[in-house]
Design a protein around this ligand. Structure first.
Ligand SMILES: Nc1nc2c(ncn2[C@@H]2O[C@H](COP(=O)(O)OP(=O)(O)O)[C@@H](O)[C@H]2O)c(=O)[nH]1
Ligand SMILES: [Mg+2]
Length: 333
């Protein structure tokens, strides 16, 4: 994308994103007003709650209508200015080999298996593991399994991913970097899938939302599955016309090395569990081509520490992602 198109894209206001959020606020107000029926009738709190219920139901119409208007304005009038009319990109791959970088934080139960899986893949040149100050035997097990190992002393998922990408991008013999986790939720054989889409994009992001490709009992509870989809669609709305996003929380992705080097400078490693949303949002703001590809998702080995620990944690991480999208991640600066 040219500099001119990029600058233009930055100037566009994300009306659809604002519209969806304002509409959602209206919907929550409306439902809260309706649900007050229970304390009003069951507990006999008519005098106190009737005026509030009427107020909520009546005034919820304002954000609902405003939200729909903003969304329609973006979709019907702005879309044509937002989506650049460029031919579909196709950049043939010169050498089908990748450098794999795995995040790890106290993942001693799974790390060796993950390293072996990736090292055995015929398209993998090398496997890097960044242990994020693990206090267990993760580092040693990764090394013994054949990985190039690093320790990242600053704690946090964002710090670990940033270090993974930075170390992997140093290898000039591979055109692509594959980022993944060492917790056995992802499989090396999906590299073929990611590479199939690589000629069309700068980043091919794995999506865990395609039903036959995900095992039923994984970290993706129904709540987290739909939460991911919702925040993914908000991100898509923010960059209307540029990408289709169904999974905002997946680590597994393939990045074109040259694009990654530019992108790394723009990323803030202090963004913690929301880092993936930050990376995708920044990539789109910088004019990179982001494409999704279905990948498989499997049960975790070992204890979860990320955004998928439970639904409450998922809700917190998701809410912080929305704040990040609205504020362009400025509160982390
Ligand atoms: N939560 C967390 N994860 C980290 C950290 N440093 C590295 N990681 C790794 O980043 C990944 C977190 O991803 P996620 O799927 O959200 O959580 P998981 O259930 O722990 O795998 C795991 O592979 C961790 O091993 C950290 O400081 N906190
Ligand atoms: Mg994980």
């Amino acid at each position: 994308m040219s500099e001119k198109t990029r600058t233009k894209h930055r100037l566009h206001k994300p009306f659809l994103l604002y519209g969806v959020l304002i509409f959602s606020i209206g919907l929550v107000m409306y439902l809260a007003g309706i649900l007050l029926v229970f304390p009003r009738y069951l507990l006999g709190l008519h005098a106190t709650l009737d005026p509030l219920a009427h107020l909520l139901v009546w005034y919820s119409g304002a954000p609902i209508l405003a939200g729909i208007t903003l969304a329609l304005f973006d979709l019907l009038f702005m879309f044509q200015h937002k989506k650049p009319d460029l031919p579909v990109r196709y950049e043939p791959i010169k050498r089908r080999r990748v450098t794999v970088a795995l995040t790890a934080y106290n993942d001693e139960e799974s790390i060796a298996g993950a390293v072996e899986d990736f090292l055995l893949h015929p398209l993998v040149e090398r496997v890097i593991v960044v242990s994020n100050n693990s206090t267990d035997r993760t580092f040693g097990f990764a090394e013994a399994a054949g990985a190039i190992t690093f320790n990242e002393p600053s704690q946090g998922y964002g710090r670990c991913v940033h270090r993974c990408l930075s170390e992997a991008a140093k290898y000039t013999d591979t055109e692509f970097v594959v980022l993944c986790e060492g917790d056995s939720t992802f499989r090396a054989y999906d590299i073929e899938k990611l590479l199939a889409y690589a000629p069309h994009a700068d980043i091919v992001n794995g999506t865990r939302t395609v039903e036959p490709l995900r095992q039923y009992l994984t970290q993706l509870s129904t709540f987290i599955y739909y939460g991911n989809l919702f925040v993914g669609k908000l991100l898509e709305a923010k960059h209307l016309g540029l990408s289709t996003i169904t999974d905002v929380g997946t680590t597994y992705k393939l990045c074109r090395r040259t694009a990654l080097i530019d992108l790394l400078d723009k990323l803030n490693p202090a963004v913690n569990l929301e880092f993936n949303a930050h990376l995708l949002d920044t990539a789109l703001s910088e004019g990179l081509v982001l494409l999704e590809c279905p990948i498989t998702f499997h049960p975790r080995i070992g204890l979860s520490k990320g955004g998928n620990v439970n639904n409450w944690r998922g809700l917190q991480v998701g809410s912080r992602m929305i704040v990040g999208l609205l504020s362009d991640w400025k509160r982390y600066a």
